[in-house]
Design a protein around this ligand. Structure first.
Ligand code: DHB
Ligand code: FE
Length: 281
């Protein structure tokens, strides 16, 4: 049987991709941020997942504004990366697991999550920066990738509640896969940031802390926020935090916090990291 070994959240800021390419990890601006990932990398090294499901938003690479699915699941055996304009060097392609993806699609659709299935899907910084943060030190990607794209770009967007429920359905889907497979789920993006308009550049550290606390200890409180409330506090792109709720829904009601880190600013964004495992319910 497949099982979820843990959940990770991380920001996916493109500047991180460029910093990694330029080997700036020990520069004063970056050191504390990158140090915040070492416990997560060590845990992954120990746990050795077979599959990483990366919940991310496409920023105009695979889906442009003329066609934006609310939820889209990669159902391919291979995924290519491309730069949609931030200048991040292209990474090696990723192995997928189409058989596992189709199982997820079937289970999720049977649970009334009518998502889009993609037999071809280019993945952008939203997906690739988290993969690189965890595994760039290795000669090749150590596990397969299943990308799950959530629309956080073109309104109307799914709610935090809907994303949380998707995570719960995803857990059922994973746990009904017959082959022994260790799965780690990443919720990416956030925390507070806004890239354009009058409010651009504002980071709300207090709200970011509140979100991290709610996501760990009281996810229902997070689902009580409307998207407008989240955007008023966290900025228009801060809404990416709804993708953390997919990861959270896939874990048990109580979780163990193996690691928690926050650093602001990185570029325009409050950068948060969580490593959670199922707790005792
Ligand atoms: C930034 C953050 C993001 O999440 C993103 O997708 C693009 C840019 C930033 O802070 O620069
Ligand atoms: Fe983003």
């Amino acid at each position: 049987m497949a099982k979820i070994i843990g959940g990770i959240t991380t920001s996916h800021i493109p500047a991180i991709g460029n910093a990694m390419a330029d080997k700036k990890e020990n520069d004063p601006y970056w050191k504390r941020f990158f140090d915040g990932y070492e416990p997560v990398k060590a845990w992954l090294e120990e746990e050795k997942p077979d599959i990483a499901i990366i919940v991310y938003n496409d920023h105009g690479l695979n889906f442009f504004l003329n066609t934006v699915p609310t939820f889209a699941l990669g159902c391919a055996d291979e995924y290519h990366n491309d730069d949609e304009g931030w200048g991040i060097p292209t990474t090696a392609s990723f192995k997928g697991d189409a058989q596992f993806s189709w199982h997820l699609a079937e289970s999720l659709i049977n649970q009334n999550f009518d998502l889009t299935t993609c037999q071809e899907m280019k993945v952008d910084h939203g997906c690739v920066v988290p993969m690189s943060l965890m595994w760039r030190h290795l000669p090749e990607w150590p596990c397969k990738l299943i990308p799950l794209a959530v629309n956080t770009v073109q309104h109307p967007l799914p709610s935090a509640r809907r994303c949380y429920d998707l995570g719960k359905a995803l857990r059922k889907a994973i746990e009904s896969y017959p082959e022994d497979t260790k799965v780690v789920i990443f919720g990416t993006g956030g925390l507070s940031h806004q890239l354009q308009g009058e409010r651009a550049g504002i980071i709300d550290v207090e709200f970011d802390m509140e979100c991290m606390d709610y996501i760990v200890n009281d996810p229902d409180k997070m689902t009580a926020f409307s998207n407008t409330e989240i955007m008023e506090k966290a900025g228009t792109e801060g809404i990416e935090v709804i993708m953390w709720m997919v990861m959270r829904g896939a874990l048990s009601p109580n979780v163990n916090v193996l690691h928690k880190h926050y650093h602001a600013p990185i570029s325009n964004t409050g950068a948060g990291v969580l490593l959670l495992t199922d707790g005792k319910d």
